[in-house]
Write a protein that binds this ligand. Sequence first.
Ligand SMILES: Cc1cc2nc3c(=O)[nH]c(=O)nc-3n(C[C@H](O)[C@H](O)[C@H](O)COP(=O)(O)O)c2cc1C
Length: 127
Amino acid sequence: MGDDRHVIVGSSIRMGKIQDEMTAWLHIHEAKLLKRPLGLYLCAGTPTAAERQRELEDAYREVLRAHAYFVEVVGNGYDFERMGFLDKAIVRMMAKQTVSSLNLDETMLDELVEAAQTSLRTRSENP
Ligand SMILES: Cc1cc2nc3c(=O)[nH]c(=O)nc-3n(C[C@H](O)[C@H](O)[C@H](O)COP(=O)(O)O)c2cc1C
């Protein structure tokens, strides 16, 4: 039996991949996640749609992506307060960012809310 409580999973991309802990967590909980209404998002700095698609495909297994009502990159944030020397150097070089910034994609976040609400409605209409 499924559980109607939603799970929304988010992770960030660093050096092309999500954190190992998240990959392990997704693996352990996959069967349970497949029984729940599910949203999957990433924070990533990538500018191109093709790259964002590749990142989503690498981060979340096909079976989870096929099940989820939302699979998108929702923007990024660079927090220099939380970065060590090496991270700062990488971000300056790769992302050309030198100060902290928050660049959330409001349209995508609205779509996440919309998708979650639609899924909820569908479920209560068809219990
Ligand atoms: C050290 C570092 C490496 C990153 N590498 C990538 C990357 O390879 N691809 C990408 O799309 N974004 C990359 N980003 C951007 C992050 O995905 C984005 O800033 C995200 O919001 C960071 O969240 P976090 O600080 O909670 O991990 C990187 C950011 C940092 C700080």
